[in-house]
Ligand binder design. Structure first.
Ligand SMILES: [Zn+2]
Length: 215
């Protein structure tokens, strides 16, 4: 069977099963969405947000790109954040990095002249973080450890990039409750681990930033 036919078949079975369990499920979802969370994660096929968080359609607004980067010139990402914060009023933004990230690995190992021009250009954002933490990363014994450490450092950096964005700063200034969490997903255990938390500031001194565990 072709993959498309298999996917359509599985979708039909899923829709019928959901409708049987909850006859109003699709009617409710078709009328509005009220997600509580914006998820910014990697495009990696193994980090599937609704599956790993056991959430339902309608709960999480999603943006994914290679290596879960928050780049201040990315209008695609910025429009997603703006809509999520200003219109949907999400209370939580999760920036999710993951272990064994192919994007981070490529940033560490792929030469600039690699034929994947767009991927290479995009991943320069990771290389900048690597340069900042090079000593700490290079002493690690295995490539796996180096990739995972850089992924975590990047997840924290992206969470802070997010906090510095105009959209988030504006939301905090008007008193909108909104917290940013950086997390790391382990492909080996299927678990999420917090690595950063940035809450709305109690005063005009700037956001309250907490580090996370290093493990
Ligand atoms: Zn990845």
């Amino acid at each position: 069977m072709r993959i498309i036919d298999q996917l359509l078949l599985q979708n039909k079975a899923w829709a019928e099963e959901r409708a049987a369990l909850d006859p109003d499920f699709f009617l409710r979802l078709s009328q509005t969405q009220r997600p509580h969370t914006l998820w910014i994660g990697c495009s990696d096929s193994r980090v599937s947000v609704n599956v790993i968080t056991e959430t339902e359609p309608g709960e999480i607004f999603v943006h994914r790109n290679i290596a879960n980067l928050v780049v201040s010139t990315d209008f695609n990402l910025l429009s997603v954040i703006e809509y999520a914060v200003d219109v949907l009023k999400v209370e939580l933004i999760i920036l999710c990095g993951h272990e064994s990230c192919g994007g981070v690995q490529a940033a560490l190992t792929m030469p600039d002249s690699h034929e994947l021009i767009f991927v290479g250009t995009w991943l320069r954002n990771i290389r900048d973080i690597y340069r900042l933490h090079r000593q700490e990363i290079d002493i690690l014994d295995s490539e796996e450890d180096r990739v995972n450490r850089l992924s975590e450092l990047s997840a924290r950096e992206q969470a802070h990039n997010l906090a510095q964005s105009f959209i988030i700063q504006r939301a905090w200034q008007r008193g909108q409750p909104l917290t940013i969490h950086g997390v790391m997903y382990s492909l080996k255990t299927g678990t999420l681990r917090p690595v950063a938390e940035i809450a709305s500031p109690p005063s005009a001194l700037g956001p309250a930033i907490k580090g996370g565990s290093k493990q």
